[in-house]
Design a protein around this ligand. Structure first.
Ligand code: ZN
Length: 192
């Protein structure tokens, strides 16, 4: 039986036994919070538990490295929608120690793509179209610098209201300890 079948089988008993009832809530985050975190599998349950978040508390956006790779990409759009449409009032960027995006090697990924059937011609075509594949796949060298940069990109985005605190944190993937890198309250404009 494949993975999909086992997922669907679990789902049938989950719904039949009404296990969903303990998770019922609405779409507005009870803690008025949006979180941008890494997709690392160690954080699936650890991150919300370590932050004291339960179902319904926050809008949670995940990708590789907790990065905003483009100011007009889907992560930034999701954060803006969380603020303007879904009553989020604060943002936390949560990266983590031992992240796979730390010092990732774009050449290794492209080699693997070639071994999986992507042709060298395809890579050449993309490059001649002006796509910087290495730059696009690149991760970060230092997780704390990366968090500071991501916080700055979000905070200074032209469509982000200036009164939204954007915090930066790094979580330990084993203990769940959070290290504060950027206190978003400290960079808010001073009230007149
Ligand atoms: Zn990660």
């Amino acid at each position: 039986m494949g993975l999909l079948n086992s997922l669907l089988e679990h789902n049938r008993s989950f719904v039949d036994n009404r296990e969903y009832e303990q998770f019922q809530t609405d779409k507005f985050p009870d803690k008025s919070l949006a979180v941008l975190a890494c997709m690392d599998a160690r954080l699936v349950e650890l991150l919300p538990k370590a932050m004291g978040l339960k179902n319904g508390d926050a809008k949670l956006i995940k990708n590789a490295g907790a990065l905003v790779t483009h100011p007009w990409g889907s992560v930034m759009r999701s954060l803006l929608i969380a603020i303007y449409e879904l009553r989020a009032e604060e943002i936390c960027v949560v990266a983590h120690r031992d992240c796979g995006m730390n010092a990732i090697d774009p050449a290794r990924i492209l080699d693997a793509a070639c071994q999986r059937g992507v042709s060298a011609d395809t890579l050449a075509t993309l490059r001649s179209a002006g796509i910087n594949l290495e730059g696009w796949l690149k991760g970060f060298d230092n997780v704390e610098d990366s968090v500071r940069h991501t916080v700055s990109v979000i905070r200074t985005h032209p469509l982000m209201p200036r009164d939204v605190p954007v915090h930066g944190l790094v979580i330990h993937p084993v203990t769940g300890q959070l290290d504060l890198i950027v206190d978003g309250y400290a960079t808010l404009p001073k009230a007149a």
